[in-house]
Design a protein around this ligand. Sequence first.
Ligand SMILES: [Zn+2]
Ligand SMILES: [Zn+2]
Length: 371
Amino acid sequence: MSIEDFFKCFQISCQGASCITTFADFLCSKIAPALRHAIYEKTALDIARDVKDKIPDFRGNRSTLEYYMLKYLAEEEKFEKFTFYLKAPRLFLNNHIKKKVETYCLDKNRRLEMFLRDSLSRYSENIQSAVFASTTVVKDRKDRKDQISLWLDEFCRVLGDVLSLPRSDLKGIEHQEITDVEFLNNAMTKALSPVMYDLRKEFEEARMSSFERQPHTIVAEQFAGCQEQCPFCGAVCTNTMPNHDGDHRVIFHRPQVLRGLIWYEIRGSKCHKTDNLITDICSSLVSSDCTFVVAEDTWIPYKKYRDAGHPYSTWSIPPDPSMQAYWKWFVSSFRTQLEQCYNGKFHGRGEIPASWHTVTKQNALAELEKC
Ligand SMILES: [Zn+2]
Ligand SMILES: [Zn+2]
């Protein structure tokens, strides 16, 4: 028979010290799951706050994080990682945050356990002071017959801010005839001790999967922002608000080959696909006389790119020839892989400018860092 059933069956017959112990055990059996839940919730927030301060990637805004991701990619120098970043920027960002947070929590310093234990100590103090406060209130009310009910009211009220412990769940024990309310202090401390011990044991083995709400998700939410990508080059809109008003925009557009775009040739009334990859950036092309193809035999001058309809019409791309050194370095370093990946060639109109080959990784990163 569970303690709860016990109380249901013998609601009036219990008295004396053993009654207080059983009361305390029952109450702690209700506290335990609420406490565990609260600790993980609180710890997730603590970790999210701490990494914002301790991990350089998260110290600034999304452009700071963007810089660290590009730096990471350049250091790794793996084409597959670049393609993942370019094709699924949101997923890449979330994975990057997840990896960073997990390493921080689970490396040799075992910070995760430390965070959980810290939360546990704070909650333990809260519970102890709620016990003390409730006892203090009740012991001056010797006139009241429903002392335990009063004690529970106070206990749930004091703890209510930190733990979800509905008073209604404790109806089964509110009619106990406990006369020595002060003895409850000791009984509660005793009954709480195995609960604390079990949690401490659990925390030694804790994994990130123990969290219902993962710390990295909380961090990722802070870097959410607009996720729209330029329909030409794939650069992600830099607006920090999702579903923002006005046009999408980015500070720097990228060579369109990063999304595998290829030049078309218009002969007569037909357009023919060439094998020339596009190394130009969108913000240069919008001031050129070039056109782009939106569907078979439908082409639009770049100068009137908005006429191509959604999503083009939702972007503001002012003419600007500046291109980041980073992408010059990337294109010239990974030219073979890009040619294979997009089944095109860097020749004809897609010739890589000679100056790009002289850009080193160091130059590229130094320029990014300044921005
Ligand atoms: Zn673009
Ligand atoms: Zn946007």
